[in-house]
Design a protein around this ligand. Structure first.
Ligand code: DOR
Ligand code: ZN
Ligand code: ZN
Length: 349
């Protein structure tokens, strides 16, 4: 048995409003607890997106009603709505800017809009970016120009992690996260899995995967799930949406890597708790812990608490299982069962 602090996932798609058939605050936070995660930061590419104060406030109210673990929400940078940024910053945990196309339509590609984000978003709150390929260079350029921190979501390519390593080497204020799917799956898995292995960024080559692992102890700041649930029916239909679930498989997979000496348990805690908390200035969760049993266990769709009910890791061996999660002194998950009530999580960071 080992005990960890409550983990923090800084990249979760909670799907409220507009995607409640895929996931909602009650089911996503149940999945989080089952995965040893006691705080999630929710992405704003909902329908409609969280780019206005009224939408953000309404989503926060739904989270307060339903969440079983602690939740912060990102504000969305949406062209045409950027005058709301200062008001959004009063409640949002951070700002999310999409520089590339993905699920939802939030791409910001006009320089004046990017400049507005960097000028008007308060400096004490972070800017996170979905940036792929050369867009990473755009983000680094903005961080340098405005001398403020930028956090890069789900970095997946060798050239991207190398560029961020060089930027950090020059002292630029950038941080980044990687996902378990980009650490454990490659383009051969994408072919095998079809739509169930399709997400943005796409799965990389084995060379990309190796480059991420080579930077696990230096350039990479966080492991984040990019939990992006879609229903199996949506994935099997024409034009399936990109995205895969990840809240319940992240910790078992990273602990498997620990058991194979690919990283230390201390490094896991840095990547999944300490750095997320420091980078996003998140509150401490007292009397909060995750008890783990290091025993082989197979990842199964049927064990998932996420509403989507599937994982791209179905059938894979993991070296550990979450046995019990305690949040602020209450046992909220034990022996496969989520015990936390809806509305028991704290909302707003
Ligand atoms: O695969 C993805 N799915 N990547 C994203 O950036 C968005 C996400 C989603 O919301 O489904
Ligand atoms: Zn993204
Ligand atoms: Zn995402």
């Amino acid at each position: 048995m080992i005990t960890l602090p409550g983990l923090i996932d800084v990249h979760t798609h909670l799907r409220v409003p507009g995607g409640e058939h895929k996931e909602d605050f009650a089911t996503a936070t149940a999945a989080a607890l089952a995965g040893g995660i006691t705080m999630v930061l929710g992405m704003p590419n909902t329908s409609p997106p969280l780019s206005t104060p009224s939408r953000l406030t309404a989503a926060m109210a739904m989270a307060e009603r339903d969440a079983r673990c602690d939740v912060g929400l990102f504000a969305a940078a949406e062209p045409g709505q950027l005058h709301h940024l200062p008001t959004l910053a009063e409640t949002a945990v951070a700002l999310k800017i999409y520089l590339n196309d993905t699920f939802g339509r939030l791409r910001v590609d006009k320089m004046p809009d990017l400049a507005t984000c960097f000028r008007d978003w308060p400096r004490h709150k972070l800017i996170a970016m979905h940036a792929e390929k050369q867009s990473v260079a755009v983000g680094i350029g903005l961080a340098a120009t405005y001398n403020r921190s930028v956090h890069f979501c789900h970095i997946s390519r060798a050239e991207e992690i190398d560029l961020i390593a060089d930027a950090k080497g020059r002292g630029l204020p950038v941080t980044c996260e990687v996902t378990p799917h980009h650490l454990f799956l490659n383009e051969a898995d994408a072919t095998r899995l079809g739509a169930l292995g399709d997400m943005r960024p796409l799965l990389g080559t084995q060379k990309d995967v190796d480059a991420l692992w080579a930077h696990i102890n230096d350039t990479i700041d966080c492991i984040a799930t990019d939990h992006a649930p879609h229903t199996l029916a949506e994935k099997r239909a024409d034009n399936p949406p990109p995205g895969v679930a990840g809240l319940e498989t992240s910790l078992p997979l990273i602990l498997t890597a620990v058991s194979q000496n690919r990283l230390t348990l201390d490094r896991l805690i840095t990547l999944m708790h300490d750095n997320p908390r420091r980078i996003y200035s998140l509150p401490e969760q007292p009397e909060t812990a995750v008890d783990i049993e290091m025993r082989p266990s197979i990842i199964r769709n049927s064990d998932m608490h996420s509403k989507c009910g599937w994982t791209p890791f179905d059938g894979m061996d993991a070296a550990a299982r979450v046995m019990r999660v305690t949040l602020r002194g209450d046992i909220v998950f034990e022996n496969g069962r989520v015990l936390a009530e809806k509305g028991s999580g704290r909302v707003g960071m």
